[in-house]
Design a protein around this ligand. Structure first.
Ligand SMILES: Cc1cc2nc3c(=O)[nH]c(=O)nc-3n(C[C@H](O)[C@H](O)[C@H](O)COP(=O)(O)O)c2cc1C
Length: 159
């Protein structure tokens, strides 16, 4: 019997993760980004990480166009930002603090840490594409607590 999609989502919801906003640009000045927890470090030599991006997301074409992305690791004070980037449509960046990084991808303000990457490999994976990027600029920006996601809801380390 094939695995039911909703059950797959429910089961994987038991895997607690941090929350990131993965940002990029389309190579012509338009910024894009989405909330993502399907991110992981992959390799140390060279330092590489992966992000899994839904082919149906509005942001998707920009990843292919620019071949760069920034992973912004959110703090527990950034749930509103996470919700904003988890909705398609509108200008997600209006009123949001950011600077453009060395890759041109937006690096969001007040995160815990960020990594900017240049895509080295990409893999077709069902309804998502896995982008594996080499980290070219990284930094820890605060020692604050992370925003967490578990069983379909936002959590804090202490709650
Ligand atoms: C906690 C959380 C984690 C998510 N992780 C991913 C992910 O790893 N990859 C992805 O493509 N979408 C993920 N999403 C869904 C996107 O954020 C959502 O589809 C968003 O609307 C896409 O925005 P866009 O269409 O403007 O690009 C996640 C959403 C939430 C709330």
């Amino acid at each position: 019997m094939p695995v039911d999609q909703l059950e797959f989502r429910r089961v994987m919801g038991h895997f607690a993760t941090g929350v990131t906003v993965v940002t990029t640009h389309d190579g012509a000045g338009k910024l894009a980004g989405l909330t993502a927890n399907a991110v992981a470090s992959v390799s140390l030599e060279p330092p590489m990480m992966l992000v899994c991006v839904d082919k149906k997301s509005d942001s998707y074409p920009a990843f292919g166009a620019s071949q760069v992305f920034a992973v912004n690791i959110l703090s527990n004070a950034q749930e509103t930002l996470s919700r904003r980037f988890a909705k398609s449509g509108g200008d997600k960046f209006t009123g949001v603090g950011y600077t453009l990084g060395v890759t041109g991808a937006p690096v969001l303000s007040d995160t815990i840490a960020h990594l900017e990457c240049r895509v080295r490999h990409e893999f077709d994976a069902g309804d998502h594409t896995i982008y594996v990027g080499e980290a070219v600029e990284i930094s820890v920006r605060s020692e604050g607590d992370p925003l967490l996601y578990f069983r379909g809801g936002y959590r804090n380390l202490s709650a």
